[in-house]
Design a protein around this ligand. Structure first.
Ligand code: C2E
Ligand code: CA
Ligand code: CA
Length: 539
């Protein structure tokens, strides 16, 4: 398109250069944050002409100030449709940051149209700073003092210099759309975007990604911690009359696997600052009672916490950069297949492994190991996160408990008593196998109230009554009754037991035993008969 200086002059005279408004949204909510103002020339015959065809001419011929004036006035006028806290971002050409009149021009326009400058961001490119940094700093500081925010546009292209970044009071970094475009295919671009976002975070600047055209790009940007985005996914630059529609449009939330709401991934920066998050993660890492480390694809330690270093028997620093094989030559062959599977993307959890003790000559430790693949933003495995829980003590305690239970069982079998356990309602939970030997009724049959079946009919009701009373009062059980033995005879037993209380003070169990009092009963009967005989003889 051949456009002459005369054409540009005419365009400005006829006020044919107009602002278009492109939405800028919060990536994690899809909510509108404001608009970037982009100049368009409404040509009577050629239609809308893009800025690349006239900005340079305006700059070179001293018309850019007038162009900015027209764009600012028309934008501020249109901004009456813009509710708080929506903001506007306007572009200024590099050379404009050398004109002392710039801040005055902004101040005047804002005054004339009543637009608060605290809702205005001024976008400058780095080339604006290359010529006379001192001058640019002075003008930028004036803009800041008037309340405007400053954004560094097209970051990463041109003469990127960290000196520029800290020389001016920027509060936003705009990631150039060339990186966003190639980010999904090229790992290098992704790394650059990640680095720019990281740089923004560490300098306490918001990052805005330009040229977001797909959900996939938005998802990756969100995952990398980028706060704001603009691009065709959220809306093309449109004339002022479309502002109400763009405000009314519902938020564009993400459905990609990297979205903040779907899945367990959350944007690295929603509330906490990166420094806080890092400090928190470091504290969790260091203080965890679980051994933790991160291995890269070559199975070298990238990080390890103190707990795991202790379990491995070497200082933290000795691990970093070395392979698992170098650090744990004995254990490595046992775990290598599982780590390899994790590198293929499979999560391995709670694998029980015998791990050589860090102390020489001591028995192996028993550990639960988990190997979790770690993915990057493009879902490529970049390493394995390892968690090791030492369960040696638990295993030993379990073993000891089992042995104690076994011993108790033996002891119980040796006593002449028939030990039993009732629950709080009087249901039999357990009884010695001696019961079965005596009555022929299995422990299973005796469970709950089954044991009552073995009782002599005469003692069934009194036993049930006495038991109920003990259960109600908590008084010890002491009941004498007969049971039918395996050979069909009746045998006298004395059942005694006492309650056991839980932490709440309620009875939870009754423990007791039955003792064979047949001989005693016989003696008692004999005595009774004897005394009865004496009595009768007296009578
Ligand atoms: P910029 O500041 O980097 O503006 C972003 C450019 O990306 C705009 O091009 C916009 O239309 C385009 N864009 C936005 N979203 C997408 C997308 O999803 N995909 C693609 N492919 N492109 C997208 P535009 O409007 O042609 O503006 C070009 C440049 O002209 C701007 O680049 C800015 O440097 C300059 N410019 C625009 N308006 C003004 C102005 O009022 N004053 C000055 N000095 N420069 C301006
Ligand atoms: Ca811009
Ligand atoms: Ca840009």
């Amino acid at each position: 398109m051949l456009i002459s200086l005369l054409d540009v002059r005419k365009a400005l005279e006829s006020e044919a250069v107009v602002p278009c408004f492109q939405p800028i949204v919060e990536l994690h909510t899809g909510n509108l944050a404001g608009f970037e103002v982009l100049a368009r020339w409404q040509h009577p015959s050629l239609g809308l002409i893009l800025p690349e065809n006239f900005i340079a001419l305006a700059e070179e011929n001293g018309l850019i100030g007038e162009l900015t004036h027209q764009i600012l006035s028309k934008s501020f006028l249109a901004a009456s449709a813009l509710p708080e806290p929506l903001s506007l971002a306007v572009n200024v050409s590099p050379i404009q940051l050398q004109y002392a009149s710039l801040s005055r021009q902004f101040y005047q326009a804002a005054e004339d149209y009543g637009f608060p400058l605290r809702r205005l961001t001024v976008e400058v490119t780095e080339s604006a700073l290359a010529n006379n940094l001192e001058n640019a700093r002075k003008i930028a500081t004036e803009l800041r003092e008037m309340g405007c925010k400053l954004a560094l546009d097209d970051f990463g292209t041109g003469y990127s210099s960290l000196t520029h970044l800290q020389a001016l009071p920027f509060s936003q970094l705009k990631v150039d759309r060339s990186f966003v475009k190639s980010m999904t295919e090229k790992r290098e671009s992704r790394k650059i975007v990640a680095a720019v976002v990281g740089l923004g975070h560490s300098l306490d600047m918001m990052t805005v990604a330009e040229g977001v055209e797909t959900e996939e790009q938005a998802g990756i940007l969100l995952w990398l911690g980028c706060e704001l985005g603009q691009g065709w996914l959220y809306g093309r630059p449109l004339p002022a009359e479309h502002i109400p529609d763009m405000i009314a449009a519902s938020p564009q939330t993400l459905s990609s696997p990297f979205s903040a709401s779907g899945g367990s991934l959350t944007a690295p920066r929603l509330e906490a600052t990166p420094t806080q998050r890092w400090a928190q993660l470091q504290a969790i890492y260091d203080g965890a009672p679980v051994g933790l480390c991160f291995l890269n694809k070559n199975l070298r330690y990238v990080s390890i916490n103190q707990r795991l270093a202790d379990l491995n028997g070497a200082p933290v620093a000795a691990h970093i950069g070395r392979t698992v094989h170098e650090m744990l030559p004995k254990l490595f062959p046992r775990v290598q297949p599982f780590i390899q599977r994790a590198l293929q993307g499979e999560a391995i959890v709670n694998l029980e492994v015998l791990k050589p003790s860090p102390k020489h000559g001591e028995p192996d430790l028993t550990v639960h190991s988990s190997y979790q693949p770690a993915f990057d933003e493009a879902h490529e495995v970049i390493g394995v996160s390892v968690a090791i829980l030492d369960i040696t003590q638990r295993k030993q305690t379990e073993e000891a408990l089992r042995a104690t239970e076994e011993d108790l069982r033996h002891l119980m079998e040796l006593t002449p008593q028939i030990p039993w356990t009732l629950d709080a309602d009087g249901n039999l939970l357990d009884i010695s196998s001696r019961w079965e030997q005596l009555t022929g009724m299995s422990c299973e049959q005796a469970r709950n109230l089954g044991w009552l079946e073995a009782l002599h009919p005469e003692e069934m009701a009194p036993t049930a009554k006495a038991l109920k009373e003990a259960l109600n009062t908590g008084q010890p059980i002491d009941i004498v009754h007969r049971v039918k033995t395996a050979n069909g005879k009746w045998k006298w037993l004395r059942a005694r037991g006492s309650p056991s209380y839980g932490p709440s003070g309620k009875i939870v169990r009754w423990y007791g035993g039955c003792e064979d009092i047949d001989e005693f009963k016989e003696m008692e009967e004999a005595l009774h008969k004897g005394s009865a005989g004496t009595c009768s003889s007296n009578a």
